[in-house]
Design a protein. Structure first.
Length: 557
């Protein structure tokens, strides 16, 4: 199979992290190759003095917008001081010379509009680009592209928009979500059309919004970089597999550089938010999870405020509860996290009506364990705890209920994934897990599926549509309920700079090797107890419902 021939439209200046990252990925791909850099010569900007640029900007935009741009640039530089301490973020902000790209280059002279925003190409340059016989172009440079350049490749021009274009079109990327305290920050990959930000969207994703603009931007760039590579591989393998998202009327403003007053408000909010976090840390107050349970015959119709709370031991918290009744005993297995060792293990609590007792630690490794998902196979009970620190997915078998467990199988090695669900459906075994494709440590945005004909298999096939969900508001698993021949996936909803803010429950409506679909049925906000800030796990078995919640507490008590 011939490789997909790709061209990158770049400026004749330093290149971004995204451009450099895509180039490096292309070197390892057997499905596409970057054949040319289409280099936009922008010497008209280089030759302009600051004075000329200043007066030209004033003429078009006015003094107020110039002040806004200067103020935003100052905040951008200031936040860089904090961001550049992180080596992962440092590489995102680094620039790369054209000489680092061992690719043929074609230099063109774009026709730039008076506003310096819109770029088009002369007939001569269009003929040159057409002669390269490229399959697709990637917009990696500046300028809003218009004219014949949009039509000369059979797959057109692909471009990022680093925001959810249903609610945020414009600039700067990653800022307005922080300013508006939105829970998620999105991005799209689109095929460019003449309408600004109105292209055909072929991929969407979103991550939880961070509290600082520049951190949010860096995470967004790192997370999104993986998926342009994925789209090109899919385009080369099966162009028909890329579906265009339906369009809807855009009902929000076109965002631009924030005004000076908006920037002052942003600084104030960010400052007080940061101070609050520091004070809580000094006072030894932190997010501290707790577990509660209740007896009920109907998990869909329960009043969570009636539940019985299992008291946290000092310097520890309990979270991620999963309940099972076996041999007339009802036991809740939990993540038992110790603040002193910064590590979790799995403990058990026996439930008897309104009374409970701690049975002790049933599973401990030299790495963190949590999310002890349970599955029953005939008379055998298995557990799949989260073990992402060990880069694997593990299956443990209960040898003497409820306290004795042993490692049965490592299902998948070399995979950092969290909150894994394993179950049998339609003569296959399925793994639903939360993987981080970017190695950023963000396990809350992507739902991936693997399948096999046997639970004890060492070969689990990744789903063709992975990630089947890429949305921080519903991707991360929070449990699974089997009821009346239906499968319900509990999912976590991440909030603004907040892990596990609330829960939702979906019914799985289609699951096979080609498709995955679910229907969101319920939303469970964290309002059922006093002063709670979040909830992220929900489990039901044999008339016992359990869940967790989080408060700011002194973890020493």
């Amino acid at each position: 199979m011939n490789k997909l021939r790709v061209g990158l439209i770049v400026d004749d200046s330093f290149q971004s992290y995204l451009t450099h990252d895509l180039y490096l990925r292309s070197l390892m791909s057997n499905k596409y190759s970057i054949e040319y850099l289409i280099v936009q010569k922008l010497s008209h900007n280089k030759n302009k003095s600051f004075i000329k640029y200043f007066f030209n900007f004033l003429k078009i935009h006015g003094l107020k917008r110039f002040i806004d741009k200067i103020a935003f640039a100052i905040i951008d530089r200031f936040e860089n001081i904090f961001v550049l301490r992180n080596i992962k973020f440092k590489k995102v902000l680094a620039k790369h010379s054209l000489t680092e790209f061992n690719v043929s280059k074609l230099y063109v002279n774009p026709l730039v509009s008076a506003t310096s925003f819109v770029f088009s190409y002369s007939k001569e340059d269009i003929v040159k680009i057409e002669s390269l016989k490229l399959d697709v172009l990637i917009r990696c440079g500046t300028g809003i592209l218009r004219g014949e350049i949009l039509k000369i490749c059979r797959f057109g021009i692909l471009s990022f928009h680093h925001a959810n274009n249903d609610i945020n079109r414009g600039i700067p990327p990653g800022f307005w979500e922080v300013f508006n305290r939105e829970p998620s920050t999105g991005f799209v990959i689109q095929k460019l059309l003449p309408e600004l930000d109105g292209g055909d969207v072929i991929f969407k994703g979103s991550i939880a919004t961070s509290f600082l603009y520049k951190i949010n931007l860096c995470k967004l760039l790192i997370k999104s970089a993986e998926f342009l590579h994925l789209i090109l591989e899919r385009l080369a393998h099966d162009p028909d597999s890329l579906k265009v998202y339906p369009k809807a009327p855009y009902a929000y403003p076109l965002y631009t550089t924030p005004t000076l007053s908006q920037l002052i408000w942003y600084v104030q909010k960010t400052f007080f938010y940061s101070i609050t976090k520091i004070i809580r840390k000094i006072l030894k107050k932190n997010f501290r999870w707790s577990v509660a349970y209740q007896s009920t015959d109907d998990w869909k119709n329960s009043s969570l405020w009636r539940s019985i709370v299992i008291k946290n031991p000092p310097f520890r918290y309990l979270a991620d509860p999963f309940v099972i009744t076996y041999n007339s005993k009802t036991v809740i297995y939990v993540e038992d996290y110790d603040y002193r060792s910064s590590r979790g293990k799995i403990s058990a609590y026996e439930i008897n009506g309104k009374n409970y007792k701690e049975l002790g630690v049933i599973l401990e490794e030299d790495f963190h364990l949590s999310f002890p998902f349970l599955l029953r196979i005939k008379e055998d009970i298995y557990m799949v705890p989260e073990s992402h620190q060990n880069n694997d997915i593990r299956l443990y078998k209960c040898t003497n209920f409820p306290l004795k467990w042993e490692l049965s199988k490592i299902l998948i090695k070399g995979l950092s994934a969290v909150d894994t669900l394993v179950f049998e459906y339609d003569k296959k075994w399925w793994i639903l897990t939360n993987k981080d494709s970017s190695q950023l440590g963000d396990h809350g945005s992507e739902l991936h599926i693997y399948y096999s004909d046997s639970l004890n298999s060492e070969n689990w096939t990744p789903h063709i549509s992975n990630p089947v969900i890429f949305d921080s508001l519903c991707a991360r698993n929070g449990g699974m309920i089997f009821s009346n021949n239906c499968i319900y996936r509990v999912f976590q909803k991440q909030g603004f700079d907040m892990y596990g803010e609330s829960l939702g429950i979906s019914k799985i409506t289609e699951l096979n090797t080609l498709n995955y679909k679910e229907e969101v049925l319920y939303d469970i906000p964290a309002k059922f107890m006093k002063n709670i800030k979040g909830t992220h796990t929900y489990s039901f078995d044999s008339s016992v419902l359990c869940f967790d919640f989080v408060r700011y507490e002194d973890y020493r008590k």
